[in-house]
Write a protein that binds this ligand. Structure first.
Ligand SMILES: Nc1ncnc2c1ncn2[C@@H]1O[C@H](COP(=O)(O)OP(=O)(O)OP(=O)(O)O)[C@@H](O)[C@H]1O
Length: 365
């Protein structure tokens, strides 16, 4: 069904999209596409352009250059100034703020877009009950937005968006107003809804845990550009830049700046790796995941002295933050580890670095 000339047509194709505000480039030549049913997460630090990209997907902004193609159909084209309206795009948007109509009941809010789309009365009633059930909020049907909690309001907003069965769902940080526990619950809920609707979803977040748990595809954005695009595990295991390597992953990975000395790569006089991993480069950065750094000396492994900063228990182990040479390092200790801030501790490098980067941030090995 979803084919043209025998080849599969992406549900969403973003082709060479740039967005400028005056002289400022907010989105810079973005080129990604995903198949139907994907869960694409746009992740990156504040100001990297992810909301602007989502707003263009929703048709709320026009690209300066490039085009958006949904299911083989061009819905925005920067060169021609074309932007198809929301109905023609077949996309529904869920915002961070719920923006429910306060004078309408929960059922009324969900029914409204179906009225706009000219569904029959019987079909509307059936669909409202169906999405209320899907979101687990049937009991709230006759309440007004002021009479339900924030988490429930967000469910109503999601129910309202999926009501008309859009084939593309767009989410702009929909969970950021919820408390930590509710966020985790709603994450699984959203995944369930995504699967139940069969829609292709695009989800904006600055929370990399959300990105890694929900995505089938992740685009890491930095300064308006896609720094890397791929499956979550691929990005974790094969980061192409130091930006991706340190932005993704919990706890954060460590970058150690080393210099070449003879046949070794050396940090504070300590040989950490074989210099043949990176020919002809003087300064380099070595990547160690937090679990690659242990607290305390380990026989046969290189170790450094660091200044203890803080400890956070995680699943029976302790994530330890310490400083060495002005740089923040994250290590894992077995069991529950405690020390006073400023104490001197030892950190051991348990294995070879998982990657080697140039000082410019590009991956070498
Ligand atoms: N209408 C606008 N006019 C001028 N500059 C804008 C406009 N909208 C966004 N920008 C700028 O474009 C850049 C990207 O903004 P955008 O909102 O897409 O970032 P973001 O990654 O979603 O950030 P956040 O996580 O903080 O919401 C920012 O520097 C922002 O100031």
């Amino acid at each position: 069904m979803n084919t043209q000339n025998g080849t599969s047509v992406p549900a969403i194709a973003i082709r060479g999209v740039t967005k400028r505000f005056g002289g400022f480039t907010a989105v810079d030549n973005v080129d990604i596409s995903v198949p139907q049913g994907s869960f694409l997460v746009l992740v990156g630090p504040s100001g990297c352009g992810k909301s602007t990209l989502l707003r263009m997907l929703a048709g709320l902004e026009t690209p300066s250059e490039g085009e958006f193609v949904f299911m083989g159909r061009t819905v925005s084209d920067g060169t021609r100034g074309l932007v198809a309206d929301a109905g023609a795009r077949d996309a529904g948007l869920v915002f961070q703020s719920y923006a429910l109509w306060p004078h309408m009941t929960v059922a009324g809010n969900i029914e409204w877009p179906l009225k706009v789309a000219k569904w029959s009365k019987a079909d509307r009633a059936a669909r409202v009950d169906e999405v209320l059930g899907l979101l687990g909020i049937s009991a709230l049907k006759e309440r007004y937005p002021a009479e339900i909690s924030g988490g429930q309001q967000q469910r109503v907003a999601i129910a309202r968006t999926i009501g008309p069965k859009p084939s593309i769902l767009l989410f702009d940080e929909p969970l950021s107003n919820l408390d930590a526990k509710l966020r985790i619950e709603m994450r699984s809920e959203l995944m369930r809804i995504h699967r139940a609707t069969g829609a292709t979803s695009v989800y904006v977040t600055h929370d990399q845990v959300e990105a890694m748990t929900m995505a089938s595809h992740v685009a890491v954005l930095n300064n308006g550009r896609v720094e890397q695009f791929g499956a979550p595990l691929d990005l974790l295991e094969n980061p192409r830049t130091t930006f991706v390597a340190t932005f993704l992953g919990t706890p954060p990975a460590n970058l150690i700046e080393v210099t070449r000395s003879g046949d070794g790569l050396v940090y504070e006089g300590l040989r950490l790796a074989d210099a043949r991993r990176a020919e002809a480069q003087e300064g380099l950065q070595l990547l160690y995941p937090a679990h690659g750094l242990a607290v305390g000396d380990v026989p046969g492994r290189p170790a450094i002295t660091a200044r203890f900063e803080e400890a956070a228990p995680i699943a029976g182990r302790t994530m330890v933050t310490a400083f060495s040479g002005g740089k923040r390092l994250t290590a894992m200790a077995d069991g529950y580890f405690r020390a006073a801030s400023g104490d001197t501790i030892r950190l051991s490098f348990l294995s070879e670095p998982s990657a080697v980067f140039a000082m410019t941030g590009e991956r070498i090995d």
